[in-house]
Ligand binder design. Structure first.
Ligand code: ARG
Length: 559
């Protein structure tokens, strides 16, 4: 049962405010002893020119409802205290009936392409791409839970002048066997060397330009090498995606839109939006704004033009109701331009485009940069995390079967969870030891709590009877049940704000409350409340597991 809605309904019988307004005003009292929900009378005081405490008292005096222990005015607030056993019973009933479907809802429907991950071929995938991958994946899972059909698109950076340079570099120093063995490391190495040597040897840049021209003109050798670089790089990326358990519905990258840009340029011309500025073709962005460049002075098109073509193609193919771009905050201006140009072209669906930015990951306080060679190799990060998890599992639970599998779930899960628990716009530092700890605000802590719940259930070896009493009265159980009751609203909020951290923080809170309960109460004592306690343990495990799933993290039953 949704007790907050019940409170809204009750208040609505007494005050002359729209229900949405009432819902916005409802708070959680800071002191839980005062009750579970509070309605503040301040805004009414302004309208009715009356002391808010008197208004609160009048409202409270008129209200009564079987779900509530008491409804009382305290100063300017009307406080609602839910009957503990009512909330526990209603919540456990619902979770245990719906299981993993608990929290499913229909906030909307239709296709939602999510432009995510999108690393660049022949370069190591960065921490930024990792963030985009895991944030995008979690948003996809969450949108699916609230009714939408997410379409995960990997808009690979697989085209551009840098491929001319890479081909030139490969022609000089390339070793086919080495590339086959370890594609990205070697291709990236050629690329870095190219830049170093080009500083003293300008010939190289000219060669790079030549190869790019050949590539554009369909020269078979250039095409063959480019295709090969793309293919082997993608294989490398897919290894990381497999580790993370993330899949994509489309790998249509930048190159896919090569032949789809001219029509966009023509359309811009025909709609009188293009004009010349210092040799380039641009769209005006209004006073005090730099114009958006569509065709550069050397005649080549750019990032923006390609994204325009991609957005229009996706509209045509997916008829999306929303489209998301999960891309680092440093590209904000690009997405402002993308939306603005589409709007000027008359496409009102540009309003449904949401740029979902995120902050930087630093290491020891320093920014990571591919260009300076200051890169983190993600597969190494994941491997190290798994090894660290394995060590801890061996220390804690040496007899555990399928240790390798569990270590994988815990190590990779730790990295993913760490990435998602911060508000996505926050910058944060990456310290592996910290990330994989079993205590504190970590993924392993949530997984461990769930495994603990599962272990209790294994020991109990008894089915929860939904027809027997599920009522519990103690504060510790009530605190857990209240969190469980919040889950659907948490999912809705996370889906609306494209903010996985809301779910991650929620999972931490639930895990903490459950551990408090575990410390306080003897769960397996054979008395008349055993069934209800096992119901609480089961429901907690259901919701922790589902929370982790929405974040893209596995929940081992034993660890
Ligand atoms: N490949 C780009 C990069 O690594 C990210 C692409 C983001 N998506 C987009 N539609 N522009 O910076």
């Amino acid at each position: 049962m949704d007790f907050k809605q019940k409170v809204v309904q009750l208040v609505a019988t007494q005050v002359d405010l729209p229900t949405e307004k009432i819902e916005q005003l409802i708070e959680r009292p800071k002191n839980a002893k005062l009750g579970d929900y509070a309605f503040p009378a301040f805004s009414l005081a302004k309208i009715q020119h009356q002391n808010p405490a008197i208004i609160a008292k009048n409202i409270a005096d008129n209200l009564e409802s079987p779900e509530f222990e008491n409804i009382q005015a305290v100063g300017p607030y009307v406080n609602f205290a839910i009957k503990h056993d009512q909330l526990v019973t209603a919540t456990l009933q619902e979770v245990l009936q719906k299981q993993a479907h608990y929290g499913d809802q229909e906030l909307g429907k239709g296709n939602v392409p999510i432009d995510m991950s999108s690393p660049n071929i022949a370069k190591p995938m960065s921490m930024g791409h990792l963030r985009s991958t895991v944030i995008g994946n979690s948003i996809a899972q969450t949108l699916e839970k609230v009714g939408y059909t997410p379409i995960k698109i990997n808009y690979l950076g697989d085209y551009g002048t840098q491929f001319g340079k890479l081909i030139a570099a490969y022609k000089h120093w390339g070793d086919e066997e080495a590339v086959k063995q370890d594609p990205i490391t070697n291709l990236f190495h050629y690329y870095v060397r190219f830049h170093q040597e080009a500083e003293t040897n300008p010939e190289l840049d000219a060669e790079g330009r030549d190869w790019f021209k050949k590539l554009e003109n369909g020269d078979p050798e250039a095409i063959k090498l480019w295709k090969w670089f793309r293919e082997v790089s993608l294989e490398d990326f897919k290894r990381i995606y497999k580790e993370l358990g993330v899949s994509f519905d489309s790998y249509n990258g930048e190159a896919f839109f090569n032949d789809k840009m001219q029509p966009v340029i023509d359309e811009l011309k025909q709609k009188n939006l293009l004009h010349e500025s210092r040799g380039a073709q641009v769209v005006d962005m209004g006073p005090d704004q730099n114009p958006a460049i569509i065709v550069k002075s050397d005649g080549t098109s750019i990032y923006l033009t390609r994204d325009l073509a991609a957005a229009m193609w996706r509209m045509e193919h997916y008829h999306f109701v929303k489209m998301l771009y999960v891309v680092g905050a440093e590209q904000a201006q690009h997405f402002v331009e993308l939306k603005a140009v589409l709007k000027k072209m008359g496409y009102d669906w540009s309003d449904e485009i949401h740029y979902v930015p995120f902050g930087l990951i630093t290491q020891n306080g320093k920014k990571l940069s591919t260009r300076k060679g200051n890169v983190v190799f993600l597969d190494k990060v994941l491997k190290d995390a798994v090894a660290l998890a394995h060590e801890q599992i061996q220390a804690k639970n040496p007899d555990l079967k399928n240790q390798a599998e569990v270590a994988h779930d815990v190590g990779v899960g730790a990295v993913v969870f760490h990435d998602l628990k911060n508000d996505r716009m926050d910058n944060f530092d990456f310290d592996l030891e910290e990330v994989v700890r079993f205590e504190g605000d970590t993924g392993p802590y949530v997984q461990y709590t769930n495994a603990r719940a599962q272990s209790i259930l294994r020991k109990a070896d008894q089915q929860v009877d939904l027809n027997a009493s599920l009522a519990l009265n103690d504060d510790a159980a009530f605190a857990v049940a209240k969190d469980l009751a919040d889950f659907p609203a948490i999912i809705a909020r996370s889906a609306e704000q494209f903010e996985p951290s809301i779910i991650a923080k929620y999972a931490l809170s639930l895990a903490k409350k459950f551990n408090k309960y575990y410390a306080k109460v003897k769960i397996l004592t054979a008395d008349e409340q055993l069934n209800a306690r096992l119901g609480l343990v089961t429901a907690t495990s259901v919701v922790l597991t589902e929370s982790l799933r929405l974040l893209g993290v596995n929940a081992p039953k034993e660890m």
